[in-house]
Design a protein around this ligand. Structure first.
Ligand SMILES: [Zn+2]
Length: 101
């Protein structure tokens, strides 16, 4: 067998907790609940704690915040202050996430 072709690259896939679409991990935004119970956006993808992923689209963040999907995914009650911060963060996103595939 010939060698030197492109070696298969491992692309981690995650599921958006709001719309259940799967995408490459780096295309999604990670939300993390730290050991102190604070919930916030994890821009590095490396913060310790329980994580959940959302598409970069307002619809998904809306859904996750309004329906308690995020609370469920993180197994916590996201505080009003954290909710507000997440909502503010989602302002930069388009209404729906661009096709990530
Ligand atoms: Zn989504």
């Amino acid at each position: 067998m010939a060698r030197g072709g492109g070696k298969p690259r491992h692309i981690p896939i995650r599921t958006c907790v709001a719309c259940r679409q799967t995408s490459a991990k780096r295309a999604l935004v990670r939300i993390v609940r730290d050991p102190e119970g604070n919930v916030g956006v994890d821009l590095t993808g490396k913060r310790p704690g329980r994580g959940a992923y959302l598409c970069p689209g307002k619809n998904c963040w809306d859904l996750a915040l309004r329906r308690g999907t995020l609370d469920h995914a993180l197994k916590t009650a996201v505080s009003a202050a954290d909710r507000e911060r997440l909502r503010a963060h989602s302002e930069q996103f388009p209404e729906t996430a661009p096709d990530l595939t």
